[in-house]
Design a binder for this molecule. Structure first.
Ligand code: DMJ
Length: 456
């Protein structure tokens, strides 16, 4: 089924928005988000590996040809370093590792080089925004006193390690290792990482802590850096398990009816709200269970299972059976959005992602059932003639479509659904880690290093 869904999403993108960043499935035209500046083709690059894994050979071929002929980084454009890294660099790297086509390696390294000026700050903590022609960077005007964002500068590690690996140029790895160094020098309030860090002063901005938006994938990349290093990156490992300890103590709570959730922390006060984005953490806790101290392994799996259940409830308690952008545990509600501007669903993957990890790690059939419920809801409410669209209010009985088919729907939501219903030996966890846009990157095995050494 996810293959049919991918075909519908892809065919319509191709028909109405080919070469542009994303598709507007209702108005049947292209959609350009300013996150990518003038770089074009976000949906193509994000979808490459999904097409490959689903064995959509014709489509993979036409996408490859587009990349060869049209993907161009010599543009005068201000881009989001994070978004371009996770979608474009990540997408190209995976396409390279899966297909072995040299063009993807070349383009990934070329783009990586374009991103390097973002690190020209007094601390080496990169800017959020970068003009890739002039090399001038800056931060989001809304981010606490000129700060960079934890989930942005903390989500470069996996891709940059691979860029050094593939190019032979150590500069990429050096840049991301320096980010860790800066973080390890700083005092952390209650052992937690605030979402804002000033790249000039090297000091934290506002003490807001979140495992959802602005924080999320920083934690994910600590764990995955360790896994991707074939469990040799002890620093990444320690940072991850220490952070989870602090998160458990200060952010994880249980509602009165027994639903476990992850709250947000604002200068010591809890906001009892959980974002859809935060739901990825169920999968993360379960994936990290194996590396936890032996007496904690079961506990981390259990934590993953509880987060999965809570996030499933957030879907189940809506009319459309699709989850809201954020849900609350206060004012007498549990796992329900109370503010109008938090009731939308934009085809996000995190809940299905967690089902996929929980399924692989426990084989409890309920995760496939829950995934199936999501498929039915997507088909009923998000599928339109011209592709798939987000929904403005999942508690309403009538769809109001937002008219955007997000590129991560093809790279993540549909890939995780496909994997949820596939055998475990398709992209097995021993050999692959998924970047935060669901692009698989190979584990750099110790033995391979020795083999390389022996070759020389
Ligand atoms: C994606 O770009 C990535 O999953 C990112 O980590 C968070 N936001 C979207 C999906 O919701």
């Amino acid at each position: 089924v996810s293959l049919q869904m991918m075909k519908h999403a892809w065919d319509n993108y191709k028909r109405y928005a080919w070469g542009l960043n994303e598709l507007k499935p209702i108005s049947k035209q292209g959609h350009s988000s300013n996150l990518f500046g003038n770089i074009q083709g976000a949906t193509i690059v994000d979808a490459l590996d999904t097409l490959y894994v689903m064995e959509m050979k014709e489509e993979f071929k036409e996408a490859t040809e587009w990349v060869e002929k049209n993907l161009d980084f010599n543009v005068n454009a201000e881009i989001s370093v994070f978004e371009v890294n996770i979608r474009f660099v990540g997408g190209l790297l995976s396409a390279y590792y899966l297909s072995g086509e040299e063009v993807f390696r070349k383009k990934a390294v070329e783009l990586g080089e374009k991103l390097l000026p973002a690190f020209n700050t007094p601390t080496g903590i990169p800017w959020a925004l970068l003009n890739i022609k002039s090399g001038i960077g800056r931060n989001w005007p809304w981010a606490s006193g000129g700060s960079s964002i934890l989930a942005e500068f903390g989500t470069l590690h996996l891709e940059f390690i691979h860029l050094s690996h593939l190019s032979g140029n150590p500069v990429f790895a050096e840049k991301v290792m320096n980010i860790r160094k800066v973080l390890n020098r700083l005092d952390k309030p209650e052992g937690l990482y605030p979402n804002y860090l000033n790249p000039s002063s090297g000091q934290w901005g506002q003490h807001h802590v979140s495992i959802g938006g602005l924080g999320d994938s920083f934690y994910e990349y600590l764990l995955k850096a360790w896994l991707m290093s074939d469990k040799t990156d002890e620093e990444g490992k320690k940072m991850y398990y220490d952070a989870v300890q602090a998160i458990e103590t200060h952010l994880i709570r249980k509602s009165s009816s027994g639903l476990t959730y992850i709250a947000e922390w604002k200068g010591g006060l809890l906001e009892h709200k959980m974002g859809h984005l935060t739901c990825f953490a169920g999968g993360m806790f379960a994936l990290g269970a194996d590396g936890a101290p032996p007496d904690k392994t079961g506990h981390h799996i259990e934590l993953g299972a509880e987060i999965a259940r809570t996030c499933h409830e957030s879907y189940d308690r809506t009319s459309m059976k699709l989850g809201p952008e954020a849900f609350r545990f206060d004012g007498g509600v549990e796992a329900i959005a109370t503010r109008q501007n938090e009731k939308y669903y934009i085809l996000r993957p995190e809940v299905i992602e967690t089902y996929m990890y929980m399924w692989r790690l426990t084989h409890d059939p309920k995760y496939r059932q829950w995934g199936w419920e999501a498929v039915e809801a997507l088909e009923k409410h998000c599928r339109v003639d011209g592709g798939y669209s987000g929904i403005r209010d999942v508690y309403n009985n009538h769809e109001s479509h937002d008219d955007v088919q997000q590129s991560f729907f093809l790279s993540e939501t549909l890939k995780y659904l496909y994997l949820l219903f596939s055998e475990d030996d398709l992209l097995p966890f021993e050999h692959w880690v998924f970047n935060t846009e669901a692009h698989p990157l190979p584990v750099l095995h110790k033995d391979d290093e020795n083999k390389e050494e022996n070759k020389k």
